[in-house]
Design a protein. Structure first.
Length: 292
């Protein structure tokens, strides 16, 4: 699907694998299997932003900023991830998009940050660009990540200091240096609403891809040069992908150029994000500022 940047020789992990990484990979695969039982089939859906708006929407309504769907597949995956990971690691806090938040996590030195399905709109449309995202954060920094796209059977994983892997092969961010030669992947919804149109003249290519977590994974694997979002995101959307990009030689920052410290009282990240290699990320931030 993408032109991923695999290392040209047999990769070896640079640090010893952590038990949390092994558990996160297994849990992500299991949640992915659950999700595929619903994918293309029967499930319930509701809009978290409106009790009155129920059912499956299509077209412009689906891509409205006010439509925030959650399905029975999200709920099933969330329940499984919570049961498995919280039972195995009761010392870790918990923050998930589909679980009621608790302030207890703020005093925990380590916290699981989870999105059971990032890209629910793609799931609803039958587009195979959604992912289970699991990250472990320690003292504000992501240290373990497992991100699984079950529809494509793509498992991305990383541990701090150990590199990023796609289905067991080491991958890296693109080394492209010029915006005019760079490919940018963006939100389908932001693209549909015209929110990134002003960036297109600066780039070689702009294409929509579902799920911000998945977009970050694609950038980490060199399948695109950059990801930019101009809308706010939540920690569970990006935490795992942030570590994937870091360990692949790139970085992710907000549109003010700041690196996120995770497990904040308010998990909302205002103002969007940019991810890629450092040179391109700086260049696209300048381009974003010029369009404001």
């Amino acid at each position: 699907m993408w032109g991923f940047s695999f290392v040209p020789s047999n990769p070896i992990l640079l640090v010893m694998p952590r038990e949390e990484l092994t558990a996160a990979i297994a849990a992500a695969r299991e949640a992915g299997s659950l999700i595929l039982q619903y994918y293309g089939g029967a499930y319930d859906v509701r809009n978290k932003n409106s009790d009155a708006a129920k059912g499956k929407l299509t077209g412009d309504a689906l891509r409205s900023a006010d439509y925030d769907p959650v399905t029975s597949a999200d709920d099933a995956a969330d329940a499984h991830l919570g049961e498995v990971l919280r039972s195995a690691f009761p010392q870790h806090g918990w923050l998930s998009e589909e679980t009621a938040d608790s302030p207890e996590r703020l005093s925990a030195p380590s916290v699981w940050i989870v999105d059971p399905i990032d890209g629910t709109k793609e799931f609803l449309e039958g587009i195979p660009e959604f992912a289970v995202s699991i990250a472990l954060v320690e003292n504000g920094e992501p240290t373990v990540a497992a991100l699984y796209n079950p529809a494509a059977d793509e498992m991305y994983s990383a541990v701090k200091g150990g590199g990023t892997f796609l289905n067991g092969q080491r991958v890296f961010c693109s080394e492209t240096q010029q915006l005019s030669e760079a490919s940018l992947i963006v939100s389908r919804s932001e693209k549909a609403r015209g929110e990134v149109d002003a960036l297109e003249p600066s780039l070689k290519q702009v294409r929509p891809v579902g799920s911000v977590a998945y977009k970050l994974a694609v950038v980490a694997a060199g399948g695109a040069d950059l990801n930019v979002s101009v809308q706010p995101k939540n920690e569970w959307d990006v935490c795992g992908g942030d570590l994937l990009v870091r360990e692949a030689g790139g970085h992710m920052v907000d549109l003010e150029g700041q690196v996120r410290q995770y497990n904040q009282a308010d998990p909302l990240i205002n103002g969007g994000l940019a991810a890629g290699n450092q040179h391109l990320t700086s260049a696209i931030l300048d381009a974003v500022r010029r369009t404001r």
